[in-house]
Design a protein around this ligand. Structure first.
Ligand SMILES: Nc1nc2c(c(=O)[nH]1)N[C@H]1C(S)=C(S)[C@@H](COP(=O)(O)O)O[C@H]1N2
Ligand SMILES: [Mo]
Length: 324
């Protein structure tokens, strides 16, 4: 990954979420404004609208708390939406927010196929109704050596997988980001091999910690974080999660993935967070927690990002120096 010198967000730049929201123009369009006036955003109506809808900022209804959440303090909304990796828009961390503002997330369909007995295509609003939405406050560790705590809203990926009834020969799942060069400027350049693809082994995909996220901080997912649908696998480096998913396919062999094709020795297929396996160009022993402040000491990186109790058994008998 392109690595720049660590440039933290200065404490003076950080505002509370309510301050930020009051300054931020988060509702546009007459329909949305009218719905808001009527006493709360009617999400369903907004989403059924086939026109371009700016759904970000809308509260998600009926979100339950999850036992899988960390009690660590979540990173501010400001940082989660302004310090991002979204190479389709920019390789800079601060630019994707602005560049993704008008990204169209409606209409949006997700295609599920490959080695399954029940392939299906669903529009995003139906995907969001596949299961109860949960708040999952997870640690997020980027392979570049920084981390956040993100209060995602989503549901277990297993709910979608079960509906597709994979065949027994399905051993892997691949996730594909939308290819929309007219909306994503860097897809006109060979920054990565587009579209962005990531993959998981079936047991990793079925693990209860693995989620499809549709929101964060109780609201519809901001475009910059991968709206309308992205995966989150909290014990792996951040790039294993795929933003703006349009296709999920089941395969019998390890799917080729974007970062692995770019530099296989640097970005392995597994990419489990592992402080004992250095990246060829830097140590993975510590991490900079975004929001800690520029002068704060780095934190120790935890094996499996601290989720070892839940996931270590998936890798029993595997040499984690070899399968990284
Ligand atoms: N399509 C797509 N998905 C992506 C990326 C990307 O550039 N494009 N970046 C990855 C990386 S490196 C990280 S750390 C996370 C960042 O997610 P966030 O911006 O929501 O924190 O998204 C991952 N998923
Ligand atoms: Mo990352």
């Amino acid at each position: 990954m392109v690595i720049k010198k660590p440039n933290d967000i200065k404490p003076s730049e950080i505002t509370s979420k309510s301050n930020y929201l009051s300054r931020r123009k988060f509702i546009t369009g007459a329909a949305t404004a009218a719905a808001a006036l009527a006493g709360g955003l009617n999400l369903r109506n907004m989403m059924d609208d086939k026109a371009t809808v700016r759904a970000d900022g809308a509260k998600l209804p009926d979100v339950t708390k999850s036992q899988f959440s960390t009690s660590e303090k979540p990173t501010s909304f400001q940082d989660i939406t302004n310090y991002n990796n979204y190479y389709e828009f920019s390789t800079d961390k601060y630019e994707p927010n602005g560049l993704s503002k008008n990204f169209r997330t409606r209409p949006w369909t997700v295609q599920i196929g490959g080695l399954v007995s029940k392939p299906f295509t669903l529009d995003i609003d139906s995907v969001m109704k596949l299961a109860t939405l949960e708040e999952r406050i997870y640690r997020h560790r980027c392979v570049e050596g920084w981390s956040m705590v993100i209060p995602w809203v989503g549901f277990p990926l297993s709910a979608l997988i079960n509906r597709a009834a994979p065949l027994s020969k399905a051993k892997y799942v691949a996730f594909e980001t939308i290819y929309a060069p007219n909306q994503m400027p860097n897809q006109k350049r060979q920054v990565l091999l587009w579209p962005y693809v990531e993959g998981l082994r079936m047991d990793e995909a079925m693990h209860p910690l693995t989620i499809l996220a549709v929101g964060l901080y109780g609201e519809v997912l901001p475009n910059v974080d991968g709206a309308p649908l992205r995966t989150v696998i909290p014990w792996k480096y951040g790039f294993k999660g795929t933003k703006a998913i349009v296709k999920i396919s089941f395969t019998d062999s390890e799917p080729p993935t974007a970062w692995n094709r770019m530099a296989a020795d640097e970005y392995g297929f597994y990419s489990n967070v592992n402080p004992n396996k250095d990246h060829p160009r830097w140590s993975q022993k510590t991490e900079r927690r975004i929001g800690d402040g520029f002068f704060a000491p780095k934190r120790q990186t935890l094996m499996f990002n601290g989720y070892g109790d839940q996931v270590a058994s998936l890798y029993n008998g595997m040499d984690l120096q070899k399968y990284y």
